[in-house]
Design a protein around this ligand. Structure first.
Ligand SMILES: Nc1ncnc2c1ncn2[C@@H]1O[C@H](COP(=O)(O)OP(=O)(O)OP(=O)(O)O)[C@@H](O)[C@H]1O
Ligand SMILES: [Mg+2]
Length: 348
């Protein structure tokens, strides 16, 4: 059995709000599962239900083959690292890490604390108190405290959101390294799609208390199953059209483009901005328009092209060679081209 956690039909209500609606999810052993979703979609509620802090109205939560839904939080082999690290201010770093190890003998506790300090590379700070640490160091203490009892599953609710960008990237890599090293499964909540794409073994995109899609980062990014997922993860140009049996899509007012699709039906055509090229670069599909704006974004130029029907599409151009010369002139007539592979067909 490769599944560590199996959630079936989980419903959690907060008064009249249905925070989780007959929710199902399977998390594998030894994976970093990232939960993405808009504010209020139920991510924290899900973690709280798994940890035992939110009471489900119905459903099963099976961990390691055992239904844990009736167990109190401290009897579940699950730990949580909350967004506000919640370190005990009056305790040293070492005492914070030892907090969840009651019941172990003293020698074993101090060995485990040393091991955890080494793991998060804070050996030299064992005797400090939280207010004497930087935000990133506090975050690592919270992580060490969560991992110290060796839970089967660690839940992390936006653990990196308080960190600046450089520290975020560093801590993100650290988390991935730690998890691989320990072989523990993590469920991590984030709002940051870059974080989700780079860290996750699999991503689950939540919407209004349900799971919209689950898959590897590439599966979900390149094969979104709905307009919601296509627009939530990354950005997408959405053009309504009709798919014909030969795989071409009629875009009313714009023309016809080739895709790899097959069954005739109305569709939404989704195009990732980075799969589009400005200029007639030999892509099979072409639309003409007028350049409405170009914005410099460091790694890319982001162009907005106004199409014949008045709609705008976004094209990102990678600046491999830097920005040579000036930004393109607005109002120039341009061609946008792309290959059929880049066409994502979605239900309307
Ligand atoms: N204690 C509570 N009492 C009443 N309603 C609640 C409570 N906690 C959460 N809710 C509601 O349940 C829904 C899900 O909330 P939840 O905190 O799980 O969202 P979230 O996905 O974690 O959002 P965020 O990204 O903003 O943290 C929201 O509509 C929220 O207002
Ligand atoms: Mg939350």
């Amino acid at each position: 059995m490769s599944e560590l956690l199996c959630i079936e039909g989980l419903t959690v209500r907060h008064g009249a709000t249905v925070a989780l609606d007959a929710f199902s999810l399977a998390v594998r052993r030894d994976e970093l599962f990232v939960l993405l979703g808009a504010s209020g979609s139920g991510k924290t509620t899900l973690l709280r239900a798994i940890a035992g802090f939110a009471l489900p109205a119905s459903g099963r939560i099976v961990l390691n083959g055992q239904d844990i839904a009736a167990l109190p939080p401290h009897r579940r082999p699950v730990n949580t690292v909350f967004q506000s690290y919640a370190l005990f201010p009056h305790m040293t770093v070492a005492a914070n890490i030892a907090f969840g190890l009651r019941g172990m003998d003293r020698a074993a506790v101090s060995a485990r604390v040393r091991e955890m300090l080494a793991l998060v590379r804070l050996e030299s700070l064992a005797d400090r108190r939280p207010h004497q640490l930087s935000g990133g160091q506090q975050q690592r203490v919270a992580l060490a405290r969560g991992l110290a009892p060796r839970p089967a599953l660690l839940l992390l609710d936006e653990p990196l959101s308080a960190l600046d960008r450089a520290l975020r990237t560093e801590t993100r890599d650290e988390l991935v390294r730690l998890r691989r090293h320990l072989g523990t499964s993590f469920i991590l909540v984030t709002h940051d799609q870059q974080e989700a794409l780079t860290m996750a073994d699999r991503i689950g995109v939540m919407r209004d208390g349900s799971m919209a899609q689950v898959g590897t980062p590439a599966e979900v990014y390149e094969g979104p199953n709905s307009r919601f997922v296509a627009e939530f993860l990354g950005s997408a140009n959405i053009l309504p059209g009709a798919l014909r049996a030969d795989g071409s899509v009629d875009l009313p007012g714009l023309g016809t483009v080739a895709t790899n699709g097959g069954i005739a039906r109305p569709v939404l055509l989704a195009l990732r901005p980075e799969r589009l090229r400005l200029g007639d670069t030999g892509g099979v599909n072409r639309l003409t328009g007028v350049l409405a704006a170009s914005v410099y974004a460091g790694e890319t130029l982001i162009h907005t092209v106004r199409l014949a029907d008045g709609s705008d599409i976004r094209v990102t151009q990678s600046l491999h060679d830097g920005l040579s010369g000036a930004l393109p002139t607005p109002d120039a007539a341009v061609t946008v081209s792309w290959s059929p592979d880049a066409c994502i067909l979605l239900p309307p």
